[in-house]
Design a binder for this molecule. Structure first.
Ligand SMILES: NC(=O)c1ccc[n+]([C@@H]2O[C@H](COP(=O)([O-])OP(=O)(O)OC[C@H]3O[C@@H](n4cnc5c(N)ncnc54)[C@H](OP(=O)(O)O)[C@@H]3O)[C@@H](O)[C@H]2O)c1
Length: 161
């Protein structure tokens, strides 16, 4: 099973503030939807609360320490390892955030889809450091800002060396 992180950060690795995203970039959301549809997505409970509903056409898994948490349309696990075990026969699963989940998953993830947003925001949660010796960039696509997307961004693919 391939474990893929998918994340968008600003220039300082900020990923969110007040339990929300800090930008609205429909072109990046389109990439997220295309990439994750049909697959399992694993997220922390706070990210789930931020989204507010299961994302359609994907198996939604939420990680929480709460013992009796039940969410309609979502499988809840008390550890990320348990969520990963539950989908061990799948080809690829996606860790979709937030900061606590990224920190847990980064040491064993195989791939990162990193959207680097061209801006600096007032973040209160950050993506962990991507150590250059561990990851190699295998693709980079620049998306210039336009009337629908207020910031330039670069979609970077990183594979574990
Ligand atoms: N830019 C992006 O790509 C992106 C993507 C996703 C999210 N975000 C942003 O990230 C922020 C949320 O991230 P976050 O780090 O605050 O929260 P998070 O990772 O989404 O969720 C944290 C929660 O996960 C559970 N958890 C954490 N470690 C655990 C462990 N070892 N075992 C079991 N459960 C565990 C706990 O849930 P309980 O409290 O229920 O026990 C904890 O409160 C928001 O601002 C969101 O918008 C950004």
């Amino acid at each position: 099973m391939k474990i893929t992180i998918i994340v968008a950060t600003d220039q300082h690795n900020g990923i969110g503030a007040n339990n929300q995203l800090m930008w609205y970039l429909p072109a990046d959301l389109k990439f997220f939807k295309q990439t994750t549809t049909g697959h399992t997505i694993i997220m922390g409970r706070k990210t789930y609360d931020s989204i507010g509903k299961p994302l359609p056409n994907r198996q939604n898994m939420v990680v929480s320490r709460q013992k009796n948490l039940k969410i309609a349309g979502v499988q809840v696990f008390n550890a990320m390892a348990d969520a990963l075990t539950a989908c061990k026969n799948e080809e690829e699963v996606f860790i979709i955030g937030g900061a606590e989940m990224y920190k847990l998953a980064l040491p064993f993830a195989n791939k990162i889809y990193l959207t680097k947003v061209n801006g600096i925001f007032n973040a209160d949660v950050y993506f962990p450091e991507i150590v250059a010796q561990v990851w190699k960039e295998t693709s980079q696509i620049f998306y210039p800002k336009d009337d629908k997307n207020a910031f330039d961004f670069t979609l970077i693919t990183l594979d574990r060396i």
